[in-house]
Ligand binder design. Sequence first.
Ligand code: HEM
Length: 187
Amino acid sequence: MSLLLPLLLAAAPLAQPPAAPPAQTDAEAPVDWDKEFGVVRKERDPVTGEIPLDPYPQSAANAGARPFGGEAMARAFGGQAGIRRITDRTLDLSMADPRIKAIFAEHDMVRLRRTLFEQVCYILNAGCRYSGRDMKTAHKGLGTTRADLNALVEHLQEAMREAKVSFPAQNRLLARLAPMDRAVTER
Ligand code: HEM
């Protein structure tokens, strides 16, 4: 026994190293599920930051309301800079509102910021062309309700109030937007 122990200890370093993990099989290789399901992800335009849309008919009528005449409304909203602040603020408040923020997730908010500004600027006759889609097409499939619309209008009113737009001017814009309710809601 006393002779056997040193012999065993000397032999220990010769023991086999632990087996290497088995090479990754096909079943474990990462799968590109987008490719498998044929999902095409459109890249953002490097200049505008927008996700390009397929071509659609463009027309001022897509704005959904005729523009005001004269300059009074554009002035009441602080010109293009004032309108930009109001439409941006409306979207910021909407995207932070737990009642409706999920509707905006996954949509191109860079484009929506631009097109909502263009639309309001065009209607207020503040020198813009509206290049977006018509309201029905743009909101198709969103499943928005009248309650969602009320929430968005609340935020627009808050944004106009903060920008100190007079009440008569606020109401004149809201009256032009109101007839779009059927086109922008689905339930
Ligand atoms: C009178 C009320 C409304 C107006 C004037 C309006 C205006 C617009 C405009 C100009 C666009 C962009 C069109 C384009 O991309 O070509 C748009 C798209 C959109 N709107 Fe509205 N909107 C209204 C109501 C609403 C409401 C109530 C919601 C939800 C709470 C909503 C959510 C959206 C979303 C998520 C998009 C992007 C759709 C997409 O990416 O395809 N909108 N809206």
